[in-house]
Design a protein around this ligand. Structure first.
Ligand code: SF4
Ligand code: SF4
Ligand code: FES
Length: 252
């Protein structure tokens, strides 16, 4: 017989004027290889069909099932209950807009972030569809691929002290990772100054507190610390140029 698990789950439906935020307790017997996703699904199927949470791939790929699991942002589908105590508290991720219960709107946040950091290749080259595909150095392609692995789950954002302080504004580690990816890409012709215009602010890289909660919780183990360090080094020089540029222009 498996352990008796107690799930304390946040419940609230902002669409229902009668709904008030509260915690609700459910109990389940643990089964072999149970994940939190399986447990939530069983609760929904067997005890309360109104429970709201998101999932799609069930394999740590789509990034939909992120939530706060005993206080830590993580993916429900790759969290084995055997790694958790028998008393499990599940909350929706902060920073993102609550849809209901454990479901949050990460999509709008990530769309806005991708627009803010201009997450596309900037190039004057005119595409010739008949031309042969350009080759890229294998090592460089691997380095870019490493940063492309972000699944936009939002765990790094939910764990970020600064994003919790100014949720509407702070760009967050996923945005810095995105910029790092384009800085590596030889097809993107943006200069360091142009990148500085995008992330060289207190809502961007210079507002980052550097405590690295983001890297600790990233389920894809992205090298966020390296990206933050690289951006600070590279854009710090542009920041000095901007400050001296302003001093000189104000003296004219
Ligand atoms: S290191 Fe920066 S981006 Fe990462 S959690 Fe801390 S403040 Fe947020
Ligand atoms: S960087 Fe990691 S934690 Fe952040 S959104 Fe991407 S995969 Fe999720
Ligand atoms: S359901 Fe896709 S990452 Fe968990």
């Amino acid at each position: 017989m498996g352990r008796q698990l107690k799930f304390n789950i946040f419940r609230y439906n902002p669409e229902d004027s009668a709904s008030v935020p509260h915690m609700e307790t459910f109990r389940l017997e643990e089964t072999e290889a149970m994940t939190l996703f399986i447990a939530l699904n069983r609760i929904r199927e067997e005890q309360d069909p109104s429970l709201m949470f998101d999932f799609m791939c069930r394999a740590g790929i789509c990034g939909q099932c992120a939530m706060l699991i005993n206080g830590r942002p993580d993916l429900a589908c790759h969290t084995k209950t055997k790694k958790l105590p028998d008393d499990i508290t599940v909350l929706p991720m902060p920073v993102f807009k609550l849809i209901g219960d454990l479901s949050v709107d990460t999509g709008t946040w990530f769309r806005d972030m991708n627009t803010k950091v201009e997450s596309w290749i900037h190039s004057d080259k005119v595409l010739d569809p008949a031309a042969q595909e350009e080759r890229m150095d294998n090592v460089l392609a691997d380095e870019i691929y490493e940063l492309e692995r972000c699944i936009e789950c939002g765990c790094c954002v939910a764990a970020c002290g600064k994003a919790n302080m100014i949720p509407e504004k702070f760009m967050g580690a996923a945005a810095f990772n995105r910029i790092g990816r384009f800085m590596l890409d030889p097809r993107d012709q943006r200069t360091e100054n142009e990148y500085f215009e995008v992330v060289g602010t207190d809502d961007g890289i210079f507002g980052c507190l550097g405590l690295l909660g983001c890297e600790d919780v990233c389920p894809k183990k992205l090298p966020l610390q390296d990206q933050l360090g690289m951006l600070r080094r590279k854009l710090g020089f542009s920041a000095v140029q901007h400050i001296f540029g302003k001093v000189f222009s104000s003296k004219k």
